[in-house]
Ligand binder design. Structure first.
Ligand code: ATP
Ligand code: MG
Length: 394
């Protein structure tokens, strides 16, 4: 087991691409840390630098306080599990799992003991003599993990290890993986671009964007207090509703109504350096059918047309156009630039509002509905920089 420290770590590829930019992060002994972010944000590169498969351009990587920048992968005692688990097809599960140990000339009885132990942890005991072709996707994935586990490494690095599995199996394996990791107590860095996986699996989550660390926090902290618009829109499903708002006459004027400034909003607005324009986030689960009793007691109410209604089983997703929103309402902060940005921050969702409503609601498609929300649930962001202004929303 080990503590991993990244201290201002950067990666500049030969063509000048800066894939990871000044990344500083401490991963505690036994912790399950998630790296999450859109495609190309530097997750794999960061992982490969920790493994020693990619040279570190700048900064320091320490394992248990010792600088290991120049230590070759085999001397770092770190096991990596990849997306395409790459098992040897002609070997049984047992042989696949023990391959590394046999190469390292580990004592036979010792190998047997380790494989047996790992197989028990992974629920693979009865499949050990099968070849990969006779195993399900999830079982193959577990064999690949077994191969890492028997090495008893200081840390596991996993790069989207579940992405080859179908949705149901992925959910199952996610739970399984969390159980195994906590049972083994091995420091783990887990890469995914799936925010649901990140939120459900990790002790802490590091959100990356274009090589830059946006925020590192527990899933709950990320949800309640996203540092900026990017984190707010990336974490949460369906994504947070974003709208433009202005402050006038001691009130916050939103497309969905006016909110008197209370202490929390006043504090938030004092951080804008005088600007009266802000961007406001309101999560779909914080909107309620105003005719029902499950909403906030002293909520702000407004009426909108339900354009599309999706019945999700336990709840509805109701989609509406924001009242009075001009067609070109754009919630991208002024500082955002470059391709991918639009998509990442708000996807011009400024015109649309999504509400997650109880399945008991009387909501109907193409009809009007009265929605309510608690102003205490509003997240405010600086319209210029996209930075969070409000304290975490609980
Ligand atoms: N060998 C390389 N030379 C130059 N640029 C590279 C190289 N490998 C990766 N990159 C670039 O570095 C950036 C980060 O790549 P990386 O593979 O780390 O992203 P990622 O977050 O793992 O993405 P994905 O979710 O698609 O796997 C990308 O812009 C990528 O094009
Ligand atoms: Mg990758």
């Amino acid at each position: 087991m080990a503590e991993l420290t990244l201290d201002g770590v950067s990666k500049r590829y030969e063509d000048g691409t800066v894939a990871v930019d000044d990344l500083s992060l401490e991963i505690g002994d036994g912790e399950l840390m998630i790296f999450v972010g859109p495609s190309g944000c530097g997750k794999t590169t960061a992982l490969r630098m920790i493994a020693g498969l990619e040279e570190i351009s700048d900064g320091e990587l320490r394992i248990d306080g010792e600088v290991v920048n120049d230590r070759p992968p085999k001397d770092r005692d770190i096991a990596m599990v990849f997306q395409n688990y790459a098992l040897y097809p002609h070997m049984t599960a047992r042989q696949n799992m023990s391959f590394g140990l046999r190469q390292a000339k580990v004592d036979k009885a010792e190998i047997e003991r380790k494989v047996k132990e790992a197989a028990e942890t992974l629920g693979l005991t009865e499949y050990l003599d099968r070849k990969p072709v006779h195993l399900s996707g999830g079982q193959r994935q577990r064999v690949a993990m077994g191969r890492a586990i028997v090495r008893d490494p200081k840390a596991f690095l996993m790069d989207e290890p579940l992405s080859n599995l179908d949705a149901k199996l992925r959910t199952e394996m996610r739970t399984e993986l969390a159980r195994i990791q906590s049972e083994l107590g091995t420091t783990t860095v887990y890469v995914t671009h799936d925010q649901i996986e990140a939120m459900t699996l990790g002790d802490r989550v590091a959100v990356l964007r274009k090589g830059l660390l946006q925020q590192v926090a527990t899933p709950r902290e990320l949800y309640e207090g996203p540092e900026n618009l990017f984190v707010a829109s990336f974490m949460g499903s369906p994504a947070i509703n974003l709208m433009k708002a202005t402050v006038e006459d001691e009130r916050l004027r939103l497309p969905v109504g006016e909110v008197p400034l209370d202490r929390r909003l006043r504090d938030a607005l004092s951080r804008t350096q005088g600007s009266t324009d802000v961007l406001v986030g309101l999560r779909p689960e914080h909107l309620f059918d105003a005719t029902r009793a499950d909403g906030p007691e002293r909520g702000v109410t407004f009426t909108c047309d339900v354009d599309v209604l999706e019945a999700m089983g336990a709840e509805y997703y109701a989609y509406s156009a924001l009242p009075d929103a001009p067609d070109d309402t754009d919630v991208t902060p002024a500082s955002a630039s470059g391709e991918g940005e639009q998509e990442a921050v708000g996807r011009r969702r400024g015109q649309q509002l999504i509400a997650r409503l109880s399945i008991d609601s009387e909501v109907r498609e193409h009809e009007q509905i009265e929605l309510s929300f608690d102003p205490g649930r509003l997240h405010l962001f600086d319209a210029e920089t996209g930075k969070r202004l409000t304290d975490p929303v609980r």
